[in-house]
Design a protein around this ligand. Structure first.
Ligand code: FAD
Length: 472
């Protein structure tokens, strides 16, 4: 169905972006054939990587690709975990990395305007320098603004502050036809027709290429604190969360993590987690407008946790202690990456988390595969890691390839089926990409999938934009 990039097309593309901003050199393109999903069988080499510098160049590239039937895959930081930016049919990988300017931080409107290739790291730093705060915090700061919008990323602060969608006020988008459209703007609200802005957020690069975004900022909280709370029992730990909410406490983040994975990360980083009691820990972050209010909040949180059977409450009350705790939590991924096959992203109603995690433990026992599980407890968003290993007495024991390959699909199916029985969804924040496509119907009704396919066809009748993602 798709055409290959021939010399004539390559020359036209070079004319659009200039010689230094594209490549067909296979060595230079190798990194552009995959994202952070570990299994290489979904990876695919592009025929060309293009790095435009301006929206008009993006539009010209897409127009040409659409006329010539060349598939185009938009790519941000490639930190995605489900193959979203893999060029499944070759063609062009359109990397936004050279569109990396923060164009404006508007203090009057408390909004930033940034190009799609700005990394989260650079964005946080610029926003902080301006004395403002951008609340969403997906765990990997090399992700780019366009990518986090295209996946509607979440992160640990979503409990109190919501996900990326809640902060995107305007978008500049290049449609598959090559037309540039502007959705929303510096508006706090709009009830003007269908909300195409929200349709674009989370569309995983299948409906348009995001080139620029207007993003809502906030004044920062005056004070924040992390509490680490050990429990002997998973259920008690998780059941603390609805109790906090019932008592009208809204933490910034509530993460749950099992101690065995913390020990492996301590060893990996040569750092020490402040507490080694119990088996499941909650990491609760609270913020407030004054130190006094923060003290009061922390005390209330501690009381509720103890009421629910916590063994103790450790307070990381200095910036250094907080940094240490957050570093260890965010580096768990690195510590176990060598043995990780896939990170699931199931979301269930908050009250169902402990039952779902029990199911994970049963599944781990049944198949003899280590399934370390942690995540955003107050969002119901559970990251179960499917490993090519067993855990025996705290030691990682590799499982032979033929064994884990035979078991991985059964593990996925059991856990996705469990999410369905709990009215959950197969992805809370990472998106569907390629990897979760076969399981879409575990969450969406057939009618919804058909409507989505209709929308895709309306935006992209030639199916040139990021084909093979979300659905066939
Ligand atoms: C260690 C680690 C921790 C993570 N923690 C979190 C977390 O806490 N929360 C969370 O939500 N995610 C998390 N992720 C997943 C990942 O960081 C997010 O999915 C992120 O939003 C991807 O952004 P990216 O720029 O890397 O996008 P990419 O991986 O490059 O692309 C992702 C998708 O977006 C599309 N896309 C990219 N740029 C554009 C654009 N400009 N226009 C249109 N489509 C585009 C791509 O085609 C693809 O479909 C984590 C990943 C890692 C490795």
């Amino acid at each position: 169905m798709y055409k290959k990039i021939n010399e004539d097309i390559a020359a036209k593309l070079e004319k659009i972006v200039g010689k230094g901003n594209l490549t067909q050199d296979s060595e230079k393109m190798i990194d552009y054939g995959h994202d952070e999903f570990s299994l290489t069988d979904i990876a695919q080499m592009p025929e060309m990587v293009i790095k435009p510098k301006k929206t008009e160049e993006v539009a010209e590239i897409i127009r040409l690709a659409n006329n010539e039937m060349i598939p185009v895959t938009p790519r941000g930081g490639a930190t995605g975990l489900c193959g979203g930016c893999v060029p499944s049919f070759g063609g062009i990988v359109l990397s936004l990395e050279n569109m990396n300017k923060i164009l404006e931080i508007d203090l009057d409107n408390q909004m930033a305007v940034a190009e799609a290739g700005v990394t989260l790291m650079d964005f946080y730093s610029a926003v902080e320098q301006a004395g403002l705060f951008f609340p969403p915090h997906p765990g990997e700061e090399s992700a780019m603004i366009g990518g986090v919008i295209a996946t509607n990323a979440g992160g640990s602060r979503a409990v109190k502050y919501g996900v990326i969608r809640n902060y995107v006020r305007g978008l500049e988008v290049v449609l598959p036809s090559g037309t540039i459209i502007h959705l929303g703007g510096k508006l706090m609200k709009s009830s003007t027709g269908y909300n195409l802005l929200n349709l674009m957020i989370g569309s995983e690069g299948t409906l348009g290429i995001i080139t620029k975004a207007t993003i809502q900022l906030m004044p920062p909280a005056q004070a924040a604190r992390s509490l680490i709370i050990p429990y002997d029992d998973l259920d008690n730990a998780i059941e603390t969360v609805p109790l906090l909410i019932k008592r009208k406490i809204l933490p910034v983040a509530v993460e749950f993590v099992e101690l065995e994975v913390i020990h492996i990360t301590e060893e990996f980083l040569k750092k020490e987690w402040p507490c080694s009691q119990g088996s499941t820990h909650l990491l609760i972050i609270v913020d407030a407008s004054s130190e006094e209010e923060l003290d009061r909040l922390s005390e209330m949180v501690a009381e509720i946790c103890m009421e629910k059977g916590a063994l103790d409450v450790y307070v990381a009350d200095s910036p250094e202690k907080q940094k240490n705790v957050l570093d260890i939590r965010s580096k768990i991924y690195e510590a176990i990456k060598a043995y990780t096959i896939e990170i699931l992203d199931i979301v269930v109603p908050r009250a169902e988390i402990s039952k779902h995690v029990r199911k994970v433990h049963e599944t781990s026992q049944k198949y003899g595969i280590w399934l370390p599980t942690f995540g955003h407890a107050a969002d119901g968003n559970v990251h179960t890691h499917i490993m090519k290993a067993r855990l025996e007495n705290g030691k990682i024991i590799p499982v032979p390839e033929e064994e884990w390959k035979e078991k991985i699909d059964k593990v996925r199916q059991e856990l996705y089926r469990d999410s369905k029985t709990r009215s959950g969804a197969i992805s809370g924040e990472h998106g569907i990409g390629i990897v979760k496509k076969p399981f879409l119907s575990y969450t969406l009704e057939e009618e919804e999938i058909q409507l989505m396919k209709g929308i895709k066809h309306l935006f992209d009748p030639n199916h040139i934009l990021n084909p093979n993602k979300i659905f066939d």
